[in-house]
Design a protein around this ligand. Structure first.
Ligand SMILES: Cc1cc2nc3c(=O)[nH]c(=O)nc-3n(C[C@H](O)[C@H](O)[C@H](O)COP(=O)(O)O)c2cc1C
Length: 423
């Protein structure tokens, strides 16, 4: 056989020299983007992104819990499928939001701007962190069509609250996400072992790291220093951050705020409010009772209270308690389109991702975030087709038909847990 004939039988691929393009061509799921991110970031920064608190029981549980639900397809025609839905009265291309993650410029020099661009292109909401490294105004100016949510810190200081609310309104943010799971900072022991600070303090091990991850360090040192421009200018924490300030900044929450402050916020804010970070159905019911618009069941991705329940453990009970009076979102451990389908089948209106989009950002910048969103979109569409549902409202209506608690089923078959009541 001649060489020119052989060439027609094999596909010759030109080598790809850009790391970003190589990742986009070769990573097909969230875990593969995670592995790519691990190769880019200094070890301490990767651990800060990826790790959980204490023994990381909740971190592991957040993934394991999805395996305890199996899917039950039914045979019949499927059209579409159509993944679009309505969240807080606005249309969204997917039942998916990008949830707040602070200090994003640590991971990529473009930080939150790169995430906002991808969310606007995809037509899904993005919740900007209070501790974002790009100001809420810059995001609004550059991405006016983005469905912009803002991560609001509760405070008992009503003047500070009203000033911040005015700022949110002026910048066109109509939804507040109020986090309630950081009354103290979770003990992230990987960070303690790594001596993690941001920016990284120069030690012998960071010097070695520079040798191993020169591209990240070159970008980091070229970019402006990390600061938190959503904080008020007179707040010392809004200046460029030094390593010694880092732990103080992370532990920013006001543990004295509670339901009174939340009710006052409800009175003061004309837009939507999402309560984020609870898993207790009593809290969900109370949020509905005081007129909040949604609850995001979350354990902060296993970064705060170790051994805390996972949102999937309490989703059905939460939905039963509030009926359709309030929207329910789920975050912590969402890595596959099938996870979204399972959550919606059990009563959620949408899922939220944190680390998954950060892995895409680290590995391939804004196109990496876009790719992560399309991975979820493709996987959700494929799973809906294979399960046999054509659109999101059909999925929510027929939820109990398409999902089974396989953990219970396995135990029942083995006769291991005869005492558990059959659902
Ligand atoms: C690096 C990082 C920073 C985060 N920063 C915030 C934050 O500023 N505010 C907040 O409410 N949640 C924050 N979270 C928690 C996320 O909003 C979300 O609850 C969590 O990441 C969901 O779990 P997942 O990462 O498994 O998707 C952060 C999470 C990560 C990984």
């Amino acid at each position: 056989m001649k060489f020119c004939e052989a060439r027609q039988l094999v596909q010759v691929k030109a080598p790809v020299f850009s790391r970003q393009r190589r990742v986009l061509a070769n990573a097909f799921n969230v875990e593969e983007y995670r592995q790519a991110a691990r190769k880019v970031l200094p070890a301490g920064i990767f651990d800060y992104l990826d790790g959980g608190s204490e023994d990381e029981v909740t971190l592991r549980r957040n993934r394991a819990v999805f395996d305890s639900w199996g899917l039950m397809p039914s045979w019949g025609p499927v059209s579409g499928p159509d993944t679009s839905t309505t969240l807080l009265g606005k249309s969204s291309a997917l039942p998916l939001t990008l949830t707040p993650t602070g200090a994003t410029r640590l991971f990529h020099p473009e930080g939150e701007l790169a995430v906002a661009r991808a969310a606007q292109q995809a037509g899904i909401p993005y919740g900007l962190a209070g501790l974002s490294t790009v100001s809420m105004e810059s995001i609004a100016e550059q991405y006016p069509a983005l469905d912009r949510w803002f991560n609001f810190g509760l405070t008992s200081d009503s003047k500070a609250r009203d000033d911040k609310l005015e700022r949110c309104l002026a910048a066109g943010y109509d939804t507040l996400i109020v986090g309630v799971d950081t009354r103290a900072l979770g003990s992230r022991e990987r960070d303690l072992h790594n001596g993690f600070t941001a920016p990284p303090a120069l030690t012998l091990s960071t010097m070695l790291d520079i040798a191993r991850r020169p591209a990240w360090w070159a970008n980091f040192l070229r970019a402006e220093g990390i600061s938190f421009p959503n904080l008020e200018p007179d707040n010392p924490k809004s200046a460029v951050v030094t390593p010694s300030m880092w732990q103080q900044i992370l532990g920013h929450s006001d543990a004295s705020s509670g339901w009174n402050e939340l009710e006052a916020l409800r009175q003061a804010w004309p837009g939507k409010i999402v309560l984020k970070g609870c898993v207790n159905p009593d809290d969900v019911a109370r949020a509905a009772h005081i007129g909040l618009d949604a609850v995001q069941l979350s354990n902060h991705g296993g970064r705060q209270l170790d051994h805390m329940l996972s949102p999937m453990d309490v989703l059905q009970e939460s939905r039963q308690r509030v009926g359709d009076s309030i929207e329910i979102y789920v975050d912590s451990g969402i890595r596959r389109g099938s996870d979204i389908l399972k959550a919606l089948a059990l009563g959620a209106d949408a899922c939220s991702i944190g680390r998954a989009y950060l892995y895409g950002l680290v590995a391939a910048g804004s196109p990496g975030v876009s790719r992560i969103i399309s991975v979820f979109s493709d996987e959700l569409r494929r799973t809906m087709t294979l399960v046999g549902v054509s659109n999101i409202s059909e999925l929510k209506n027929r939820g109990p038909e398409v999902i089974r608690d396989v953990r219970y089923a396995a135990k029942k078959l083995d006769g291991i847990a005869p005492g558990i009541a059959c659902p």
